[in-house]
Design a protein around this ligand. Structure first.
Ligand code: IPE
Ligand code: IPE
Ligand code: MG
Length: 242
């Protein structure tokens, strides 16, 4: 989709994936506890959803909690889960107004029952909305996702539902948690780290990467537009010749 922005015609990525990083450092710089950073980070997700939607983005997929993040202190993990509860609850009141669809990827079996219930409720409330699809990666790890998919493919093969010859890239994609979304066009990672930390390894095969030193709670619409400008400057060839 194209959009005019301050005189420039910009090609807007349909799907942006974000590794929202730097909440802890952002808080530390202000002499505040890490969980304060997570709270500001959660508020910022809400704001960026609106900004992205205004710009014409259709899918936003944010990495909120990784399979590795359980290794953090009990205090931090329970703080993050409480912020998540508040955040999902607050969505219930404005999800219709904002036309958002909320989905979750990751292994939900390790999430608390009430959080799983909230996720189901939000899906029920929002499934007919036509606006932005916000996907939250929770207890998500790409290797874990692929492992779960392989296990299901193996079971379906063993039980005769699919034949080994029918397994192709499209079928593998359809067994992943992300089966309902197109692959991301643009990946953003905040706070200056240059790694994927086990995020969407299969889905990012042809995605453009944008890294910024800005910490997540400070990543605003202006920063988002900078990332989209960067995306527009790339020469996207998908492995073919130009
Ligand atoms: C990202 O911020 C949010 C989560 C991983 C939950 P961090 O908590 O990783 O912040 P830094 O990297 O320690 O600054
Ligand atoms: C990646 O950030 C996971 C999330 C943003 C949820 P981390 O801060 O946990 O990643 P590492 O540990 O620096 O690789
Ligand atoms: Mg981090």
């Amino acid at each position: 989709m194209e959009k005019e922005l301050n005189g420039d015609i910009l090609n807007i990525p349909q799907h942006i994936a974000i590794i929202l990083d730097g909440n802890g450092r952002w808080a530390k710089k202000r002499g505040m506890p890490r969980n304060y950073g997570h709270m500001q980070g959660a508020k910022n997700v809400e704001q960026i959803c609106q900004d992205a939607y205004d710009l014409g983005v259709k899918y936003l997929t944010v990495y909120a909690f990784s399979t590795e993040n359980w290794k953090r202190s009990v205090e931090e993990v329970s703080g993050i889960m409480n912020i998540l509860r508040q955040y999902l609850n607050s969505f219930k009141t404005h999800i219709k107004r904002d036309k958002l669809t909320v989905r979750v990827i990751g292994d939900r079996t390790r999430l608390a029952d009430d959080i799983n219930q909230l996720i189901d409720e939000l899906w029920e409330l929002s499934k007919d909305n036509q606006g932005l699809t916000l996907t939250i990666a929770l207890n998500y790890g790409s290797r874990d996702e692929i492992t779960r998919a392989v296990r299901r493919i193996a079971t379906d093969t063993k039980e005769g539902r699919i034949s080994p010859d029918a397994i192709d890239e499209a079928m593998i994609s359809s067994y992943l948690d992300t089966e309902f979304m197109p692959d991301p066009d643009l990946l953003i990672r905040t706070s200056g780290e240059l790694r994927l930390s086990n995020y969407l390894l299969w889905q990012l095969a042809y995605t453009e990467f944008y890294f910024t030193d800005v910490c997540w709670p400070d990543f605003d619409k202006e920063e988002l537009i900078k990332a989209i400008h960067y995306f527009n400057g790339r020469d996207r060839r998908y492995g073919g010749v130009k």
